[in-house]
Ligand binder design. Structure first.
Ligand code: UGA
Length: 477
C-alpha cells in the first residue's frame, strides 16, 4: 500500500484547490489553507467557486476525512510533511511576476519547522524563486537541515483541470536533494505506479495501469524553467498559426488544411495549432511576459516572445477589421456575440480576447447582445453597459436569442455547443445572414448551404450560392 503523506496546500485558487482535492483523491491527508475566510467557509460547505468537472464530486468524496479547509497556515504547515505553495503570482507593471504572496507564505512557514519539511513551489514562478524561498525561510529562523525547497510545476488546463492533474503527460520534480525527491516520489506514487488507475471509482482519463505518467527529476532551476518555457512555447505555437492564418487569408489558402498538413509531421504535432482570436486566460499572457522579463533580467533579449505577444494583440484587431469589412460601418450595428470566456468549458474571463473584443465593439458604438453558457455573471462584473459612441450591451438566455434581428452573429469562444447550432434557425433570426467565426467551429460548406455568409479565420470568405451579387457586396463591402 502506498504511503499516506501529510500535505498542506497554501492557496485555494485554481491550481491550489485542484491540487488539494486531487492529492486527497490519491490517498493523502490534505489541509488546504487560504486567508479568505469567506472562501474557506464556502468550501467547507461544499461550494466550489470555479466551473470545473469532477471538482464538486471529489470535494464531497473527501471532505472532511482526507481533506479539510482552514485559514490557519501555521497549524497546517506545522503538521505537514510537504507544504505546497500555490498562491497567486500576478503580473506586475513591468511584466515580472509579483512574488510578494510567495514570500509572505515562505516567511510564515519558516516559523513552523518543528520537523523536516519539503516546501514545494506549485505556483508558476521565475527561475531562482526556489533559492529566494530557501533564503527567506533561513532568514526567518528555519534551520537549513530541516527543509528543502522543490519546484513541482503544474500543467493543468482550466476546464479539464482534474483529469489533467490525475492523468498528466509528465510529472516534473525539480529537487536538489534526494531526501526531498523521495517525498515527492511518495506523493505521486499512486499515479506513477498505476495503482490509482486500477481503482474502480478513479476519475477517467487517458492514463491507465499500463500507461503510467513518467516522473522526471531535474534541478529546481530547470523545473522552474520547464514551466515557463512550456507555456511560452505553446503560446508561440498559437501565435505562429495565427500569423500563418493571416498569410492564408492574403493568399486565398485555407489555414485548416495548412495546419492539418503541418501537424501530420510528428515533430510538429497537431495540437495547439488552432487559429483564432488570440490566446487569453490567466496563464499564457502573464507567463510569456514573465519569461521575457526573466530573460531581460539576465541580460538576454528574448525577442521571439515580444513577437508572440505582438501577433496575439494584432489578432483581436484583425478580427475587428474582419467584422468591419463585412458590415462596412460599425456605429449602431446590432451584433450577436456568442462567447465571453477566454476559451470553452470555463467561466473564466481573465485576459479573454472575447471580452477585449466586446469592449472594442462597444467603443465603436455597436449594440451587442451576448450569450455565454457560464461566463456571463463574471462578464457583468467587468464589462461596461455602454461604450464611447453610445454602444450598448445586454445579455440573453440562449444562443438563438442573441441572433434575433442582429446584423451579424460573432462566435468568440469555442464552446462545443456553439459548434452545433441549428443553422436554419439562425438564418431566419438574423437580419443579415452573416456569421463571423473567430474560432473556426464550422465547415464553410455547411454554412453556405444553410444560406449563410460565413467569414472565419485564415479561410476564404464563403457565400451561399444563391446569394445575389448585391447581397454579397453588402455582406463583404
Ligand atoms: C494553459 C496550459 O495549456 C496548461 O498546460 C498550463 O498548466 C496552464 O496554462 C497554466 O499555466 O496554469 P489554460 O490557460 O487553462 O492552460 O488554457 P489553454 O487550453 O492552454 O488555452 C489558452 C488559450 O489559448 C485560450 O485562450 C485558447 O482559446 C487559446 N488556444 C489554445 C488557441 O487559440 N489555439 C489553440 O490551438 C489552443
Amino acid at each position: 500500500m502506498s504511503e499516506r503523506v501529510k500535505i498542506a496546500v497554501v492557496g485555494s485558487g485554481y491550481v491550489g484547490l485542484v491540487a488539494a482535492v486531487c492529492f486527497a483523491e490519491i490517498g493523502h491527508q490534505v489541509t488546504c489553507v487560504d486567508i479568505d475566510e469567506a472562501k474557506v467557509a464556502a468550501l467547507r460547505a461544499g461550494v466550489v467557486p470555479i466551473h470545473e468537472e469532477h471538482l464538486d464530486a471529489l470535494l464531497r468524496r473527501h471532505q472532511p476525512a482526507n481533506l479539510t479547509f482552514s485559514t490557519d497556515l501555521a497549524a497546517a504547515a506545522s503538521e505537514a510533511d510537504a507544504v505546497f505553495i500555490a498562491v497567486g503570482t500576478p503580473q506586475s507593471d513591468t511584466g515580472d511576476a509579483d512574488l510578494s504572496y510567495v514570500e509572505a507564505v515562505a516567511c510564515e512557514i519558516a516559523h513552523c519547522m518543528h520537523s523536516y519539511k519539503v516546501i514545494v513551489e506549485k505556483s508558476t514562478v521565475p527561475v531562482y524563486t526556489n533559492e529566494w524561498v530557501r533564503r527567506v525561510v533561513e532568514r526567518n529562523g528555519g534551520a537549513s537541515d530541516m527543509f528543502d525547497v522543490v519546484s513541482n510545476p503544474e500543467f493543468l488546463r482550466e476546464g479539464t483541470a482534474v483529469s489533467d492533474f490525475l492523468h498528466p503527460d509528465r510529472i516534473v520534480v525539480g529537487a536538489d536533494s534526494d531526501k526531498a525527491a523521495e517525498v515527492l516520489d511518495a506523493i505521486y506514487e499512486p499515479l506513477t505506479s498505476g495503482a490509482y488507475y486500477a481503482q474502480p471509482d478513479a476519475i477517467p482519463g487517458y492514463r491507465n495501469a499500463n500507461s503510467r505518467p513518467p516522473l522526471l527529476v531535474t534541478s529546481a532551476k530547470s523545473a522552474e524553467i520547464i514551466k515557463h518555457a512550456s507555456n511560452a512555447f505553446l503560446a508561440t505555437k498559437i501565435s505562429f498559426i495565427n500569423a500563418v492564418a493571416a498569410l492564408c487569408e492574403a493568399a486565398g489558402a485555407n489555414i485548416e488544411q495548412v495546419a492539418q498538413g503541418m501537424g501530420m509531421d510528428e515533430r510538429i504535432g497537431r495540437r495547439f495549432l488552432r487559429p483564432g482570436i488570440g490566446y487569453g486566460g490567466s496563464c499564457f499572457p502573464k507567463d510569456v511576459a514573465a519569461f521575457r522579463s526573466v530573460a531581460e533580467q539576465m541580460g538576454l533579449e528574448f525577442g521571439l516572445l515580444s513577437e508572440v505577444e505582438k501577433i496575439n494583440t494584432q489578432q483581436t484587431k484583425r478580427f475587428l477589421a474582419k467584422v468591419r469589412s463585412a458590415l462596412w460601418t460599425l456605429r449602431g450595428k446590432k451584433l450577436g456575440v456568442l462567447g465571453l470566456a477566454f476559451k470553452g468549458d470555463t467561466d473564466d474571463i481573465r485576459e479573454s480576447p472575447a471580452i477585449a473584443l466586446v469592449r472594442m465593439f462597444l467603443d465603436e458604438g455597436c449594440a451587442i447582445r451576448a450569450y455565454d453558457p457560464a461566463a456571463m455573471e463574471r462578464a457583468r462584473e467587468v464589462l461596461p453597459q455602454s461604450g464611447e459612441k453610445n454602444g450598448s450591451l445586454t445579455y440573453t438566455l440562449s444562443a438563438y436569442e442573441v441572433a434575433e434581428g442582429a446584423d451579424a452573429l460573432l462566435i468568440l469562444t469555442d464552446w462545443p455547443e456553439f459548434g452545433k447550432l441549428d443553422l436554419a434557425r439562425l438564418e431566419s433570426s438574423l437580419r443579415y445572414p452573416i456569421i463571423i467565426d473567430g474560432r473556426n467551429l464550422y465547415d464553410p460548406r455547411e454554412m453556405t448551404s444553410a444560406g449563410l455568409t460565413y467569414l472565419s479565420i485564415g479561410r476564404p470568405d464563403a457565400h451561399p450560392a444563391s446569394q445575389s451579387s448585391a447581397e454579397k457586396e453588402k455582406a463583404t463591402a
